[in-house]
Design a protein around this ligand. Structure first.
Ligand code: HEM
Length: 116
């Protein structure tokens, strides 16, 4: 099970790279890479949480408040990314939205690593 957990963690870290890499490559217009990264973060994060919380042999100490904060931020990242992409398709862009998605993802990295 540890291998499965680590495999999902790899997906989670690739999703993170896609969000921040997508934002760095195109800070003013949301890219497909960022949108798919944000979707991957939500799904892989929830799977990691489910595995860590239910499989005791993994020996993970899940902090529920941290998971809730990460979930709220990840939903905001995905929401901003989806809205910004839909707007860009209609050539009606809200300037701050790609920045909000990118920077909130960076906030979530800080929450993930610094909240122990
Ligand atoms: C933009 C969204 C997100 C970002 C940038 C992000 C970032 C990260 C990073 C950098 C790690 C590795 C930290 C470490 O191993 O010390 C991690 C692990 C993890 N994340 Fe996320 N995350 C996001 C969303 C979520 C969501 C929505 C959940 C679940 C509610 C979640 C649950 C977890 C869990 C359970 C781990 C494994 C912790 C461990 O191995 O002890 N993440 N995340």
């Amino acid at each position: 099970m540890t291998f499965v957990f680590n495999l999902v963690l790899v997906t989670h870290l690739l999703g993170l790279a896609a969000i921040i890499g997508g934002y760095a490559a195109s800070p003013t217009r949301v890219s497909e890479v960022l949108v798919w990264g944000a979707r991957a973060q939500l799904i892989s994060g929830l799977v990691l949480f489910g595995l860590a919380d239910s499989i005791h042999s993994l020996d993970k100490h899940v902090i529920l408040a941290k998971m809730i904060v990460k979930l709220v931020i990840a939903v905001a990242v995905a929401g901003f990314a989806e809205i910004a992409r839909a707007d860009a398709k209609r050539d009606k862009m809200i300037g701050w939205m790609p920045h909000a998605a990118g920077w909130l993802a960076i906030v979530n990295v800080c929450v993930a690593v610094l909240w122990t």
